[in-house]
Design a protein around this ligand. Sequence first.
Ligand code: AHG
Ligand code: MN
Ligand code: MN
Length: 336
Amino acid sequence: MTTRVSLTRYLVEKERTTGHIPAQLRLLLEVVARACKGISHAVNKGALGGVLGTAGSENVQGEVQKKLDIISNDVLIEANEWGGHLAALASEEMDSIHLIPSRYPQGEYLLLFDPLDGSSNIDVNVSIGTIFSVLKKPEGHPGVQEADFLQPGSQQVAAGYCVYGPQTTLVLTVGDGVAAFTLDREQGSFVLTQEDIRIPEDTKEFAINMSNQRHWDTPVRRYIDECLQGKDGPRGKDFSMRWIASMVADVHRILTRGGIFLYPWDKREPEKPGKLRLLYEANPMAWLVEQAGGAATNGRERILGIQPSKLHERVSVVLGSKNEVERVTQYHTAQG
Ligand code: AHG
Ligand code: MN
Ligand code: MN
C-alpha cells in the first residue's frame, strides 16, 4: 500500500529535516487548514446552507461584502484566536488588526488573510479560495501594533492558499519549495498530492482582465498586444488567454502548468497602485510563485522587496512564468 502523507506528517518531517517549522508554527498551519476545511464545507453547501448572496455591508475598501466573505473571516478568527500561537491577525475584511483576547495566551506569529478570494464567483459556482500569510511579530516591544504587520513579503515564514474548486486543495510554502495537499472528505484530512511544484519558465498563456485594456499603461499594452499578434507578431507564437476572476484559481493554474497573471495599475483609479492587496494577496502569492521557480513583480520591482506603508495597501501584480514576467518588467523599466 502506498503511504499517504497527511499535512501533519509533512510538517513534522519538514521540521526534522529543515528546522523551519517549530511547534507553534505547525499548530498555526494545522489550524488554518482546519478552518479551510470548514470554509470548504460551507462553500459546498451553497444555496442549501444559505451562504450565497450579499451581506448588505461594505469592507474598508468600499467593496460590498458577500455572506461568505464574513463567514470565512469569522471561521478563521474563531479557529485561530484560542491556540496560543498568534499575537494578532489582520484581514482584508476588517478595518484594523484583530488582537488576541486577553483570556487566551499570546503567541509570536502574525496571521494575515484574504478569507474569501474571488467573491464575484461565489454565487455562480466557480472556484474561489482563501489566501494566507504568516509573519513573526517583531521583538523588542510588548503588545502588537499595526506597524508590526508592515513587513516586506521577504519576511514571511509561511504562506499559502486553499482553492475551493472541483477539488479542495491546500498549497503551502515554508520557504523550502511548494507542496499541495488535496482534501480527502471521507477522512477529513489534507493528503500530500504534489511536492516541489515547479512553474515552467516559458508559457503561451496569459491572464488579464481584457476589459480594462483602454485604461492600461504603455508597457502592459505593448506586452499584451504582442501576445495577441501570435505567430505573425514579434513573439512568433500563438498565445491563449484565461481569466477566472479568482486570483487563487488563476495562480493555481499557473503553479500547475505555467502562465502569466497581470493585474496592473490602470487609469481608472490612478492614485491607487493597483487593485490587489499587497499583504493579503500579492505577498503570499509572490512567495509561492518564487518558491516554485517563477517570478513576481509590480512591473518594476520584486513584490517581496516592497516595504508596506499601510495595512490595506494595494499593488500592481505581474507573476508567473519567469521569462514572461521578466519581459513585462523590462518593458516597464525601458519606459523609464
Ligand atoms: P476578492 O474577491 O478577495 O475581492 O478578490 C478579487 C480579486 C482577485 O481574486 C481577482 O483576480 C480580481 O479581483 C478580479 O478582478 P476583476 O473583477 O476586476 O476582474
Ligand atoms: Mn482577493
Ligand atoms: Mn476577499
